[in-house]
Design a protein around this ligand. Structure first.
Ligand SMILES: CC(C)(COP(=O)(O)OP(=O)(O)OC[C@H]1O[C@@H](n2cnc3c(N)ncnc32)[C@H](O)[C@@H]1OP(=O)(O)O)[C@@H](O)C(=O)NCCC(=O)NCCS
Length: 233
């Protein structure tokens, strides 16, 4: 199995944005008009453009050939395509994850101890996760919180659900080393951390069906040179 994580560092070039804007479909254009912050608009366009570029290289088609289908909770997918994919963006970084023949979920979050982490955790953490969080020294609490959060969010996004639906799933086993997380009736995913920056937590969940060994993602820095070799452009 091949898993690639494309790391997009913001701000991206105006060239990427201006090319990407011409590739947006009607749904994406409508989404763009609902995003009020110009910075968030650029992040949305940049990640969709990187996704279209990477998939067009994999599938040898034009980046405008894709017709996304959206799941019940909004996950964009290409049913029947040989590549699964997912996007996450936070602060300085966007991640575009692609996996050959597998559902995948990815999440990145900037570390912040300004929010009431314990209160948020009570809504989404499993009781075992909550018990550990409450025992962690205050100075390590933000790191622990986000390490759990991104693993749960990656599992959520692998499933195409919402974060509140994974409250009953503990990801503690995947904290110190990659591990399979089993979701009753939905299968299992390999869950592993991604080391992007010391100020961020990030993780990926990769469908484990027929994948006995945990895949090692190939982490790549996005550069606009890939854009210039895109099929049809
Ligand atoms: C999508 C969700 C799982 C993660 O959101 P987030 O951490 O704010 O955002 P991220 O940057 O990590 O991910 C956003 C990307 O994931 C993808 N995505 C959207 N919904 C998704 C879902 N349900 N599952 C997987 N991926 C999803 C999209 O590509 C999106 O990128 P885009 O803005 O370019 O379209 C979260 O918002 C959620 O739970 N959504 C479901 C809707 C819901 O139940 N909301 C609760 C409101 S109370």
């Amino acid at each position: 199995m091949m898993v690639e994580i494309w790391v997009v560092t913001f701000p991206v070039s105006r060239h990427l944005i201006s090319v990407g804007q011409t590739w947006l479909d009607a749904d994406e254009t409508a989404r763009l008009t609902q995003i009020t912050s110009p910075i968030a608009q650029d992040r949305f366009v940049a990640c969709r453009t990187v996704l279209r570029t990477v998939l067009s290289h994999k599938m040898q088609c034009a980046p405008t050939d894709f017709r996304w289908k959206y799941g019940a909770s909004g996950k964009p997918e290409l049913p029947g395509a040989p590549w699964g994919f997912n996007i996450s963006h936070s602060g300085d970084f966007g991640l575009v994850a692609v996996a050959s023949s597998a559902y995948i979920g990815v999440d990145i979050e900037g570390l912040s101890d300004r929010r009431n982490l314990n209160a948020i955790a009570r809504h989404v953490f499993h009781p075992d996760e909550l018990a550990v969080l409450e025992s962690v020294p205050a100075g390590n609490r933000a790191r622990f919180f986000y390490d759990i959060w991104v693993r749960k969010e990656a599992v959520t996004k692998w499933l195409g659900d919402s974060i509140f639906q994974v409250k009953q799933i503990s990801v503690l086993d995947a904290l110190s080393s990659p591990a399979q997380v089993v979701v009753d009736g939905r299968g299992a995913a390999w869950v592993l951390p991604l080391r992007i920056s010391s100020r961020f937590a990030a993780a990926v969940a990769i469908d484990a069906a027929g994948v006995p060994e945990c895949p090692t993602p190939d982490i790549r820095e996005w550069g606009d040179s890939l854009l210039t070799t895109t099929v049809g452009y």
